[in-house]
Design a protein around this ligand. Structure first.
Ligand code: ADP
Length: 267
């Protein structure tokens, strides 16, 4: 048990001063625990496909006469290797995002272009499941940041919406802006997320009961990547959900300054 160590800090928030009661020792204890969990989770996640590949390699050695079996083992090895490479890619991406909050690029980005790229990425898989990707909302909402990262974040949200939705359903992707805040909302008619898990889905490796989804190939890293990308852009992400009815994930980002100034002319 960590003992409580309270520190009083005065922080300036806008024009008001607020008093912050910071529990520093518990915070560092919690961070250390999170870091240990992360490493334990990484080893576990990597061990599974590596173990499978090792077993399949052994099986291949003793199955050399049976061509069909050899092909099957080889295919399974390919699947496991692909999973290993996906997990590795996501872990590297996440570590990179966590290591710094400085963005590699700070370009002006129209959210429309991010939405259409992310929709294009998911077009084939959506079509295979007869899922409609319906884009709507405001035009020419501009933010400042890293286009590749923001596209990756939206891509993860859309891919999740597809993965956790029934065939033939609809996914809405809406762009809005209000009072200097740009917003992208992804709404699905999928299986939903129990209220108790709603904040936990942003934790690394957290997955709601795996048996629920159409495909259990997830890593549990997608939403923590989204959260870090959004936070590195000075924004936030929220989720609403109703089990059996669907979910909405909303990314909010500061709107690019001059876009706010010229907002009236553009409409
Ligand atoms: P995964 O790779 O498992 O999808 P994520 O970090 O992207 O990992 O999501 C964490 C968990 O949150 C998922 O395993 C799933 O249980 C739940 N989840 C995410 N998005 C949705 C959604 N749109 N509808 C229902 N459940 C979702």
């Amino acid at each position: 048990e960590a003992s409580l160590h309270l520190e009083v800090r005065a922080a300036r928030l806008g024009s008001r001063y607020v008093l912050v009661l910071a529990d520093d020792r518990t915070e560092s204890y919690r961070l250390e625990e999170t870091r240990r969990d992360f490493i334990a989770n990484i080893s576990h996640e990597l061990k599974t496909p590596i173990g499978a590949i090792t077993l399949l390699a052994e099986a291949l050695e003793s199955a050399s006469d049976d061509e069909a079996q050899v092909r099957r083992f080889a295919q399974q090895m390919g699947t496991e290797a692909a999973r290993l490479s996906q997990i590795t890619r996501e872990i590297i991406e996440l570590s990179r995002l966590q290591a710094t909050d400085v963005l590699a690029s700070a370009d002006r980005i129209e959210l429309d272009s991010i939405v259409s790229t992310a929709v294009d990425h998911n077009h084939v898989i959506a079509k295979a499941h007869d899922i409609e990707l319906a884009v709507g909302g405001s035009k020419r909402v501009t933010v400042v940041g890293d286009e590749a990262l923001l596209t990756l974040a939206l891509n993860n949200l859309i891919a999740n919406a597809i993965q956790y939705s029934p065939d033939g359903s609809r996914i809405g992707i809406g762009v809005h802006h209000d009072a200097g805040i740009a917003e992208i909302a992804v709404t699905d008619q999928g299986i939903g997320i129990p209220e108790a898990d709603l904040t936990r889905v942003f934790e690394r490796f957290f997955r709601v009961d795996q048996a629920r989804s159409r495909n259990t190939g997830g890593t549990g890293l997608g939403l923590s990547i989204v959260k870090h990308v959004v936070q590195n852009h000075g924004g936030d992400i929220r989720a609403w959900s109703q089990v059996g009815h669907g979910s909405t994930f909303t990314i909010r980002l500061p709107e690019a300054p001059s876009a706010v100034a010229t907002q009236g002319e553009r409409r």
